[in-house]
Design a protein. Structure first.
Length: 401
């Protein structure tokens, strides 16, 4: 296999203390859409092949996290991802007009060449590109290993892949921590769709479920003074907080789990309504499937009935969802219970247009980067205020809370 990639810069370094003086490492950043699809046939040298659900989607928290970054924050992908490591036969580079580099890469033997690490990254890239949920702007780093002796390939592959093993193992070891969630969700719609560890057959990562629950944590985010923007994109913080809290008597998550089906349904309902309103809203800078409501973005609701008629980025969803924290009784929370001040579906009907207005305006202000919307406190504060005002107008606010 031979392919050529054009890039802004290309560098080559000799790897010190290697068994051969000719072992080198080339490095460059490439647009993800410029990676040849044919690399999928060059993974024999990788000891960790990506796993897929029955629906053909990547399984495992690491893979799902990569997909989310590509969909919601493509401009940060080159910073958050370690890249793809390729064992190659030859590399030839030359300067081209525009002070750029043209890099020709050749792979000749599947047992010695191919993706030695980063197979999950490449598979996530293909999943996003093939599903038309990519809006552009992502670069991935290519690490090109040249002249690596065949005897060293196994050790190289094992060493490079240990990072993913740690992430997967840590989640597998936490299975018991998730038992309260599994127990509560038994028999409820969407229960089988939650993936609790790498290899589980489910399209909804447990860390995304914990994020939804965290949006309603009145212990960490009481009233409207502090919002859960601090956990956006920080899955380790969410997981650590959950693990520390779940064993505490009357802890925040023990309370939240008692209503988690309602929180998950509300998340679906917000996405349904938002997709209806923003159906023609442009979320991608491409010519195809660039609208919220483009056909490839439509999907069945997981926890509620019906269909979510478009792609709603998490950077939009979480500020809108956390606004409903204003609809929880603080008095009941302090007593170890969770009680809505008003039927959440009725409140959603009242405020959805305002929530969408807030989110889409901030989306434009942040140059169509939904991840920036989800990270900034402004979106949460404005959405929360919309919910609070609607509740106040109906006399639902607890004055002594």
């Amino acid at each position: 296999m031979k392919f050529t990639i054009e890039c802004e810069d290309y560098r080559t370094l000799r790897i010190p203390n290697s068994s051969s003086q000719n072992v080198k490492l080339g490095t460059l950043f490439v647009k993800i859409e410029d990676l040849p699809e044919g690399l999928v046939d060059w993974m024999e040298v990788n000891p960790r092949s990506p796993k897929y659900t029955k629906g053909g989607k990547l399984s495992g928290s690491v893979s799902r996290s990569i997909v989310k970054t590509l969909q919601d924050e493509p401009e940060l992908f080159s910073l958050k991802n370690l890249g793809i490591y390729l064992l190659v036969d030859e590399v030839h580079s030359q300067r081209v007009p525009g002070d750029r580099h043209s890099v020709e890469i050749e792979l000749t033997e599947p047992k010695c060449h191919g993706i030695v690490n980063g197979g999950h990254t490449f598979s996530a890239i293909r999943q996003v590109l093939d599903s038309n949920s990519y809006k552009g702007g992502a670069f991935v780093r290519l690490h090109l290993y040249m002249n690596v002796p065949s005897d060293d390939i196994v050790e190289l592959a094992e060493g490079l892949n240990k990072n993913l093993q740690v992430d997967d193992t840590s989640l597998n070891d936490l299975r018991e921590k998730f038992e309260p969630i599994k127990e509560f969700m038994k028999g409820k719609k969407g229960a089988s769709s939650i993936a609790y560890a790498s290899g589980d057959d489910g399209d909804v990562d447990i860390l995304d479920v914990l994020h939804i629950l965290s949006c309603f944590d009145l212990s960490s985010y009481p009233a409207g003074g502090k919002h859960p923007n601090d956990i956006f994109g920080n899955k380790s913080k969410i997981l650590n907080r959950y693990c520390e809290d779940i064993d505490i008597d009357n802890g925040a998550y023990s309370k939240l789990i008692k209503k988690m089906d309602e929180f998950l349904i509300l998340s679906d309902e917000i996405q349904k309504r938002c997709a209806t309103i923003t159906s023609y809203y442009k979320i991608k800078n491409t010519s195809n499937h660039n609208r919220v409501g483009s056909d490839p973005h439509k999907k069945p609701a997981v926890f509620s009935n019906g269909e979510i008629g478009g792609y709603i980025p998490q950077g939009w969803l979480y500020p809108m969802l956390s606004a409903f924290r204003a609809n929880l009784s603080m008095d009941s929370w302090n007593k170890g219970e969770i009680r809505w001040l008003m039927d959440p579906n009725e409140l959603l009907e009242e405020i959805i247009n305002k929530l969408v207005e807030v989110i889409t305006e901030l989306h434009k202000e942040h140059k169509n980067k939904p991840g920036e919307v989800g990270r900034k406190p402004t979106a949460y504060d404005m959405c929360y205020s919309a919910a609070f005002m609607a509740l106040a107008m109906k006399g639902k606010i607890e004055l002594n809370a």
